[in-house]
Design a protein around this ligand. Structure first.
Ligand code: CP
Length: 315
């Protein structure tokens, strides 16, 4: 069995073996994308509910595509179209879903711990699609898969995460996952956005962008999460871009094989220039494609799918 628990709530809870096992399965599903028929009948008769209590483009569509490609029955609901807007609680919502006998719940919520709460009260599997500034495990996995495709074994690879670390669930999931796989993680951004306390997670902290990118194999560039700011953490977008924006000038100082990643959505010409976002170093759309494969792998494994049936462990 690759995954030990019924839920995937964060990379903090997954072991290195579980992460590598999921990514092995994801790479098998990724190979299916190039076939004329991309769906497999593995989840026929199972019901997955996608509950997005926060806006999303990539994660929501990617989960839905993953479920469709596994032939699951899908129910989508969002805050605007549910009785949340009439004041119903998360607990009551969960109990109603349980009564309808669903097989899996995918949840994105603005409150850290919302996915953990539902995982406790529901018998079915829960996948965290992002909970506040806490974790975004499927994004962490797809980021790691994209790095593996370029570099293979990530032990000793240098990954610099740049931007609004304080408000980023993507940063936290990357830190947990990359540390477990032996990569060296450096965090960089304005001091107002990079809490010194994160050093206890075993990462380097560097406020000087030039020093942070020197020798890096990967730059993972993050958006400023304005929706989670209670006060202004930087003078202006222009100032941020001048100090921490990833531009052609920054990219020219990188190692020849270094790659530039971004989880999206991007604020072009704030944290990343359009030239870099569309340039030869970026692997941003590879990240998006890998996201579908990672989500297929998790849904498959949590539904009791047999890794051997995909040829995993038989090479
Ligand atoms: N990367 C990511 O989570 O994007 P969405 O908010 O569009 O899902």
């Amino acid at each position: 069995m690759i995954l030990k628990n019924k839920d995937v709530l964060g990379l903090e809870e997954l072991s290195a073996e579980e992460i590598l096992g999921v990514l092995e399965i994801a790479s098998r599903f990724r190979a299916v994308f190039d076939r004329p028929v991309r769906s497999v009948p593995i989840m026929r008769g199972r019901t997955v509910v996608n509950f997005f209590h926060e806006p999303s483009t990539r994660t929501r569509i990617s989960f839905e595509l993953a479920e469709k490609r596994l032939s699951a029955d899908i129910v989508n609901f969002s805050t605007a179209t549910s009785s949340f807007s009439k004041g119903e609680t998360l607990r009551d919502t969960a109990e109603n879903l349980a009564a309808m006998k669903i097989d899996m719940l995918i949840i994105r919520h603005s409150s850290p711990g919302a996915a953990h709460y539902l995982a406790k009260v529901l018998e079915c599997s829960v996948i965290n699609a992002g909970d506040g500034a806490h974790e975004h495990p499927t994004q962490g996995l797809l980021d790691i898969m994209t790095m593996q495709q370029r570099f293979g074994d990530l032990r000793g690879k240098k990954v610099t995460i740049i931007g609004d670390i304080a408000h980023s669930r993507v940063a936290r999931s990357n830190i947990w996952g990359l540390n477990k796989l032996g990569a060296e993680v450096t965090l960089c951004g304005p001091p107002t956005m990079v809490p010194g306390g994160l050093a206890r997670l075993g990462v380097n902290i560097e406020f000087d962008l030039k020093k942070a990118v020197a020798g890096a194999d990967v730059l993972n560039v993050l958006r400023i999460q304005l929706e989670r700011h209670s006060s202004k953490s930087f003078p202006s977008n222009r100032e941020y871009h001048r100090m921490y924006g990833i531009t052609e000038d920054v990219v020219r100082t990188l190692k020849p094989e270094a790659i530039v990643m971004h989880p999206g959505p991007m604020n072009r010409d704030v944290e990343i220039s359009s030239e870099v976002a569309d340039g030869p170093r970026q692997v941003i759309l590879d990240q998006v494609a890998n996201g579908v494969a990672v989500r297929m792998a998790l849904i498959y494994l949590l539904s009791g799918g047999d890794p051997g049936a995909l040829g995993v462990g038989q090479d």
